[in-house]
Structure formats: C-alpha cells, structure tokens
Design a binder for this molecule. Sequence first.
Ligand SMILES: [Zn+2]
Length: 192
Amino acid sequence: MTETRSILRYDDGGWAEATGGHLALDLVNTVSWRLDPGRTVDRIPDADALERWARFVGLRADVDDDDVARARRLREQIYRVVQPMAVGERPSPGDVDTLRRTLLGALGRAEVASVMPLELAAADLPDELAIAAWRLLEHEDAGRLRQCRASDCGWLFLDRTKNRSRVWCSSADCGNRSRARRHHARRTAGQR
Ligand SMILES: [Zn+2]
C-alpha cells in the first residue's frame, strides 16, 4: 500500500501524516487533535521526535533543544496566520507581523545555493521550515487552504482537487470516522 509510506506511526497508536500538501502545513499538523484540548498531542516534543519527523518528510536533521523550541514556535506562528484563512477569515496583523519577523530572520541567515532560479540553503532545520512557510505564502492559493471538517482534528491542508471538494485531512482517518458515526447514528435511530 502506497499510503503507509506517508504515515509515521507512534507507540500510543497515533500517527503523523504528510497529508497537508505542503511541508509548512505538515509541520502545523505535528499537533494531533488540536481542536480537542483533552486529547491534543504534540508530535515533536523533543530533539529525537523532531529528527524522526524531519527524516519522515525527507529533510536531513541534526537538532538540539533550541531547534525544537524554534520549530514549535514557528509551527504555532504559521498556524495562527494560516488557520484563519483556512476557515475564510483574516489573520490578525499582529500574528502576521510575528511570522514575518521569523521568516525574514530565516531568509537573512540563508545562503544562496543558486542565483537564478533563486535557491536558498537554510542555516538549519527551523530556518528550512520557515523558508517553506515563506514559499507556502508566496506560491499557494489561499482559496485552497482547508481545515479538516472533523470537529476535533484541526489539521490543515491544501485542497488540490480539481473541483475543490476535499473536506477531510485524510479519508482513511477523519473521513472514515465520520462515515462510521453516521452509520452508527442510523442504526441507533432504527432501534428506537
Ligand atoms: Zn482530520
């Protein structure tokens, strides 16, 4: 199954998935069940976890605790800017400014790997992720940003379908749970 290649499994039965359609959104999605505070899990709590996730998304990584803190801070900065747009709202100017400063810092530390087309070599993993966020904002269509329809999930993704019809982060996960719930509701109704 090709799908298993895009899933990183954890001992607690949960997983991370490269389902966002963009590296910057996959970083945002290293928080599971973001909209259900009792269940929320941070999948990059320490250097080992961040390195494991980085390898999973195809990045080389040799990180320390400071990198973990920066990656997590960046993740929340991206979330606060992108999530409002995914639900048809505008991010606050303060949140945009905070992210702007992080992105400019990463760009300022990057070296030029190729002049034209311009390719940047980030100074480290958090900077590489920040530059990915820069590319997300620069190149992608805000109208395709989505928040998974499941009320507890909170994962964000780019809907790249032709008719803009994707509503689940993953039909194998939230889509399935929703179908199971509807099925259960029908059965329950029938038993009354
Ligand atoms: Zn979901």
